[in-house]
Ligand binder design. Structure first.
Ligand code: CA
Ligand code: CA
Length: 340
């Protein structure tokens, strides 16, 4: 008997709708689950690639240390050892292919740069010779030499501004967010961006020419760039600095004395020469290693500072994974305009 019960029909309809809804929900859930799983898989594989890239940069760092160690051992057999740009550590090497990507690294002599921490001596006083050199370096880069003052104040222990261009905590505490001046040696060149007057452009321009080393260091005349060499004396221009770089013997100068015999220094006042000599050397103790690894499109860049002296094994004194991959400027001529 054909039933004609509208209520039953309605119930059936609701049941069907419920079934449909459940199926639809299950489908959505299933799709979501598969997607989540895929994302998880992708995430773990990219974490894996990232880990691999990280390990490759560390591997490159230890390889670089072994090259520097070898160079040190070679130097120990020499009477007058020196570090120069024709040595193995300074050679440019092409990216090395590895499973899933590549790794590349280069070593740069940090003593080819001006050490910002040289500005304050151990006795807490400003090193006037270093300050003069730094002011010339700033001028050569078209940066106001007055910016040497906030750098001095950042390092010196007191909270008294060096002069009207200086800045101590009363300056920085008025900023938002507020902070204090470090009142200790620079640990990283990136600190410059915290200093009064240092715009991102100025920091970018200056960074390739300065270093922040933990003790007083001499500038290695065998690895310094034209700009850094030209900052040695008032009589020098960047053009003269370039000339010095071009005429520099492949294996470098054996001593600072021989370097200062160059014709360009002939008219240098003997007192000035004597002072400048205190800032110069032909050997290096601090190097930076930049290593970049790219595995399955995941990149890691490591910048390490390596300390090397005659007595101990090489030490990594800092590691930074936040910097961009950069090629050193020391062995190239300056990218900036030449001062006539
Ligand atoms: Ca200070
Ligand atoms: Ca001060």
């Amino acid at each position: 008997m054909p039933h004609n019960n509208p209520l039953a029909d309605q119930q059936k309809g609701v049941a069907l709708l419920t079934v449909l809804l459940v199926v639809a929900m299950a489908t959505v859930l299933a799709v979501a689950m598969v997607k989540a799983q895929q994302a998880l898989l992708q995430r773990s594989s990219s974490v894996f690639s990232q880990d691999q890239a990280y390990l490759y940069t560390l591997g490159a760092e230890s390889f670089a240390k072994s090259i520097l160690q070898e160079d040190k051992e070679k130097d120990q057999t020499k009477n007058a050892p020196q570090d120069s740009l024709n040595e193995t550590w300074a050679k440019k090497t092409p990216p090395f292919p590895v499973d899933g990507g590549m790794v590349q690294a280069h070593i740069e002599d940090l003593q080819g740069r001006f050490n910002l921490n040289n500005l304050i001596q151990e006795d807490g006083q400003v090193n006037i010779i270093a300050l003069t050199m730094f002011q010339r370096l700033l001028a050569a880069l078209d940066i106001s030499p007055a910016l040497a003052s906030p750098v001095i104040d950042w390092i010196d222990a007191d909270n008294l501004p060096n002069d009207s261009d200086g800045a101590e905590e009363d300056w920085y505490l008025r900023l938002k967010p507020a902070y204090r001046s470090a009142n200790r040696p620079f640990v990283s060149v990136s600190e410059l961006s915290l200093l009064r007057g240092f715009t991102p452009e100025i920091v970018t321009k200056l960074s390739p020419y300065v270093a922040t080393l933990p003790l007083f260091t001499t500038v290695n005349v065998n690895t310094a760039s034209a700009v850094v060499l030209a900052a040695m004396s008032d009589n020098m221009t960047t053009v003269m600095g370039k000339d010095l770089v071009e005429k520099r013997p492949q294996s470098g100068y054996g001593s600072v004395e021989v370097f200062l015999e160059q014709p360009v220094f002939a008219n240098l006042d003997p007192n000035v020469k004597q002072n400048v000599m205190k800032l110069l050397g032909v050997r290096s103790q601090f190097f930076s290693v930049s290593a970049e690894a790219e595995i399955d499109n995941r990149r890691r860049v490591l910048t390490s500072v390596i300390a090397r002296d005659d007595t101990t094994t090489l030490k990594t004194i800092s590691r930074d994974w936040s910097q961009q991959w950069q090629t050193p400027v020391t062995n190239n001529t300056s990218p900036i305009k030449a001062n006539p």
